[in-house]
Design a protein around this ligand. Structure first.
Ligand SMILES: [Zn+2]
Length: 186
């Protein structure tokens, strides 16, 4: 009787283990399957920092050409216009953005900088959706000139995929500028 009881207990234990194993397998399968489905549903995302309010927006890369808007302030994220930014926004956009970023460091008293402005704006329009353009006034934001070790203005900085790809000192005409950008972005 005693042996039977024991063997009955052992059998129960084995049955319990088997059930536990099956439940565990079912759970892990379910989890893996959900993860897999999750991966399938997640498109490649791209990030764009709003140049108006500084919010970093993430959205499917396929929507990047559809005129995406900032989830926080509603401004267009790739308007084809030059945005005036401060150092914090410039750094965030340079680090996180899925589109190349061109920055013009300038000052109002600098003649060549003023000559550069319409060329820069024209390049921004031409490369709408392919690169974004920002200006930073080094009189108002001297920290930007220090941060990027700028010795003369206008200074153009080109960022792509989280890194500074190239820089240029002095005025560039629109065609020269767009050519320089195309050469330095992937
Ligand atoms: Zn915004």
């Amino acid at each position: 009787m005693r042996r039977l009881c024991l063997s009955g207990g052992a059998q129960n234990k084995m049955a319990f283990r088997l059930i536990a194993r099956l439940v565990f397998r079912a759970l892990t399968y379910h989890m893996r399957n959900n993860e897999y489905e999750g991966d399938m549903a997640t498109e490649i995302k791209t990030k764009l920092t709003c140049l108006t309010c500084g919010t970093v927006n993430a959205f499917p890369a396929s929507r990047a050409t559809e005129g995406p808007k900032c989830s926080s302030c509603g401004d267009p994220l790739a308007s084809g216009k030059v945005a005036e930014v401060d150092l914090a926004t410039l750094e965030k956009a340079a680090r996180a953005d899925g589109l190349p970023l061109v920055a013009d460091l300038w000052a109002p008293w600098c003649g060549p900088c003023r000559a550069m402005a319409p060329e820069f704006a024209a390049a921004a329009t031409q490369l709408k959706g392919r690169a974004r353009f920002v200006k930073i006034n080094t009189d108002e934001h001297p920290d930007a000139a220090i941060r990027y070790s700028i010795r003369g203005i206008p200074a153009l900085l080109l960022f792509d995929q989280g890194r500074e790809r190239n820089r240029h000192a002095g005025v560039m005409r629109t065609a020269q500028l767009t050519g320089w950008i195309e050469q330095n972005i992937s």
